[in-house]
Design a protein around this ligand. Structure first.
Ligand SMILES: Cc1cc2nc3c(=O)[nH]c(=O)nc-3n(C[C@H](O)[C@H](O)[C@H](O)COP(=O)(O)OP(=O)(O)OC[C@H]3O[C@@H](n4cnc5c(N)ncnc54)[C@H](O)[C@@H]3O)c2cc1C
Ligand SMILES: *[C@@H]1O[C@H](CO)[C@@H](O)[C@H](O)[C@H]1NC(C)=O
Ligand SMILES: *[C@@H]1O[C@H](CO)[C@@H](O)[C@H](O)[C@H]1NC(C)=O
Ligand SMILES: *[C@@H]1O[C@H](CO)[C@@H](O)[C@H](O)[C@H]1NC(C)=O
Ligand SMILES: *[C@@H]1O[C@H](CO)[C@@H](O)[C@H](O)[C@H]1NC(C)=O
Ligand SMILES: *[C@@H]1O[C@H](CO)[C@@H](O)[C@H](O)[C@H]1NC(C)=O
Length: 596
């Protein structure tokens, strides 16, 4: 079979035909010897880690330690805790070593690394990344680039892989009052302020610097997300993206380590195709970004609205709620055109509280920058008017207003909380939705809302991200932007998620997310797409849904900068050249060539 694939490849003249069919794993005789790993460890001055599952202390053997296990169990949903381990994940594709609740007498079952990489270089210098790249290349070992491990599509996992970890490459976060290109590139007309993020920082670190200077930076809604990796390279939405554009749109220049191990500058003057690719074409694909310089903006006062809607009686009938959710969706374009943006969630039966003690309802915090309270109230008056008919009859509608002197004060009060993170037992999908779909047919919109609400016993949770419109639309003329073109006509991103308690229902939940809920949203917005960083990892149409018409151009750039396909991640550009040969009963396995 393998030789036939290679034979076909030789004639096709594409793919990576000179390589072996599969990457070497610890099960294979071609796996590097202990001596080879030790030599690598010497090269990286002892920074090579043999990875151990985060919850190893809960299991019999050398590392068993009840006290440590209790700590791990208590911290399992803390993303900062997971980020400190080279194999800690926030939304893993599976859990191969669960934390054990010893206090409830739970018994440890099985603990293996599973989809996680085998070794990690805990780099502090770019040269150590280069050593890892060279080693992986030379020894035919799968390579993974990681910062926080926040990725939800398995992009920072990798069975049998060597991982290069950029977290501790930290050369500083530098504020520039007035930006000038490091190479005097004249193609940049940005003369405002900028911040250089020199390595594996998370947004919390960068907000500290930005807020001290009282500037707005387009960064994560959650402060634990990494800055220069998957978030920015995959698009990056923010409480500030409606006003200033996506995170990818802010990138003025970057330092990128290529598959050859050399570091280049990517901007509008040098390697401008690579510059294009890392500004929205996805992390983990073209090279390792070691530093980025991004635009920042003077702060403005912010007026925020908190809106909650919930049924008056805990009745089974949620029709009124879904009617109101439809009315609210219809109003998004008009409030956003006047400056509102923010985040909301709604559910007919949420597994966690939406607000106060409510698990049935709708809630959002939406804010407008640089306008007065009176102006903001005037803008949202039609929205509140649309909800009057329910108020006191079927639903309880409540509004509060808050005024903040600066963006920093708003972010810290409303947005910047550290969310409790997910588990491996969940599936989600997202869809960008534009003005036409939100305003042209109420009947179709109401049908879609009904489908994605699901049944009460499904515990579906819907998040609505009012993060596009505004500057995200007008940045359409940025010729160095590779974000999914769907962003340029989107107002909101709707994210639908479900979990499962029992593995036997996992497949039906995944199918419901892909083929019922995801499909209902696609039907409403057939020409738009999904946000690749918050997307369905099982989407069969991922290439067009995540990248749109940019896919082919990005694939050509990938081929130019990474000719052997060293940087692989699932649903990333170039990934169809490989497949994971699943081990029995798993969703991971050796990485092998497909011949595409
Ligand atoms: C709690 C939480 C909150 C979130 N909030 C937001 C939000 O507000 N807005 C938003 O847009 N998204 C948000 N996301 C989604 C987020 O954008 C993705 O999870 C993203 O992949 C995280 O990037 P990372 O670099 O931190 O993660 P990682 O898992 O470390 O990396 C993700 C991908 O980027 C690659 N990568 C990492 N570092 C580099 C690098 N230096 N060079 C090249 N490739 C690299 C990895 O190989 C991988 O493919 C959130 C996710 C979580 C879990
Ligand atoms: C690498 O070397 C350091 C320092 O000598 C050692 O502590 C560590 O265990 C080594 N790593 C591996 C994977 O052997
Ligand atoms: C989360 O983990 C970090 C890192 O270990 C720790 O500093 C923080 O206190 C933890 N947060 C909570 C709520 O336990
Ligand atoms: C990685 O290296 C950093 C900096 O040298 C160190 O603080 C951290 O503890 C290391 N992490 C692991 C898991 O070894
Ligand atoms: C939630 O319910 C608890 C217990 O009934 C009650 O003590 C608490 O005040 C409620 N909280 C809110 C915000 O309504
Ligand atoms: C809904 O009705 C309540 C009770 O009459 C009132 O206090 C509240 O302001 C109304 N909500 C809105 C948005 O008008």
């Amino acid at each position: 079979m393998v030789s036939r694939v290679l034979f076909l490849l030789a004639f096709a003249g594409i793919g990576y035909a000179s390589q072996s069919a599969c990457k070497c794993t610890p099960e294979d005789s071609c796996w590097p010897s202990v001596d080879a790993w030790n030599a690598l460890n010497t090269t990286v001055t002892g920074k090579l880690i043999h990875n151990l599952p985060v919850a190893i202390s809960c299991y019999p053997g050398t590392y068993q330690n009840d006290e440590e296990c209790a700590h791990v169990y208590s911290q399992w949903y803390n993303s900062t805790f997971q980020e400190l381990s080279p194999v800690g994940y926030v939304y893993p594709t599976g859990v191969s070593c669960p934390a054990v609740d010893l206090s409830k007498g739970q018994n440890p079952e099985k603990c293996i690394l599973g989809a996680a990489p085998v070794y990690t270089i805990n780099a502090t210098e770019p040269a150590e990344l280069a050593a890892g790249i060279e080693f992986a290349q030379k020894n035919n070992v799968r390579l993974v680039i990681r910062n926080t491990g926040h990725d939800m599509l398995g992009k920072s996992e990798g069975y049998g892989a060597l991982q290069i970890w950029i977290k501790y490459i930290q050369t500083g976060i530098d504020f520039h009052e007035t930006y000038t290109a490091s190479d005097k590139c004249a193609s940049s007309d940005w003369t405002g302020s900028a911040i250089t993020i020199g390595g594996g920082y998370v947004w919390e670190d960068v907000y500290d610097v930005a807020f001290k200077r009282n500037v707005v930076i387009v960064g994560g809604g959650d402060p634990t997300v990494g800055c220069i990796g998957g978030y920015t390279q995959g698009g990056g939405h923010s409480p500030a993206s409606h006003d200033y554009g996506l995170a990818a749109d802010q990138v003025l220049e970057a330092q990128v380590m290529l598959a050859s191990g050399s570091i280049v500058t990517a901007n509008a003057c040098q390697n401008s195709d690579l510059y294009f690719a890392i500004r929205g074409g996805g992390g983990g694909s073209y090279g390792v970004v070691t530093s980025m310089t991004v635009k920042v903006y003077p702060s403005k006062p912010v007026v925020a609205q908190s809106l909650t809607v919930s049924p008056i009686t805990a009745s089974e009938d949620t029709d009124a709620l879904l009617d109101a959710v439809t009315d609210i969706h219809e109003q998004y374009p008009s409030i956003m055109d006047e400056g509102f943006s923010g985040y909301g969630s709604w559910s007919i039966n949420s597994p966690t509280k939406l607000f106060a003690n409510e698990t049935v309802g709708y809630v959002h915090t939406a804010a407008v920058m640089g306008k007065s309270l009176a102006e903001a109230q005037k803008i949202s008056a039609p929205l509140l008017k649309a909800l009057q008919k329910y108020n006191g009859t079927s639903l309880s509608v409540s509004v509060s207003w808050f005024e903040f002197p600066t963006y920093a004060a708003y972010y810290q009060a409303v947005s910047g909380r550290k969310e409790s993170v997910g588990t491996g037992n969940s599936a989600l999908t997202s869809r960008m939705i534009g003005k036409t779909a939100l305003t042209s047919s109420r009947a179709q919109l109401r049908t879609m809302v009904g489908v994605i609400a699901g049944e009460a016993n499904e515990y579906t949770i819907n998040n609505v991200e009012l993060v596009a419109g505004g500057k995200v639309l007008t940045d359409v003329n940025d010729k160095y932007s590779s974000v999914n073109p769907a962003w340029r006509s989107a107002y909101i991103v709707e994210v639908v998620a479900r979990g499962w308690a029992d593995e036997s229902t996992a497949q039906s939940v995944k199918d419901d997310i892909t083929y019922t809920k995801g499909a209902a949203m696609s039907l409403l917005t057939p020409t738009l797409g999904s946000y690749m960083n918050e997307a369905d990892r099982n989407d069969p149409l991922w290439a067009s849904n995540f990248y749109g018409t940019n896919y082919l151009r990005l694939a050509a750039i990938k081929k130019k900068y990474d000719p052997t396909g060293l940087f692989y991640c699932p649903t990333c550009v170039g990934s169809p050249s490989w497949y994971q040969q699943y081990l029995p009963g798993t969703h991971y396995g050796p990485l092998c060539l497909t011949g595409i």
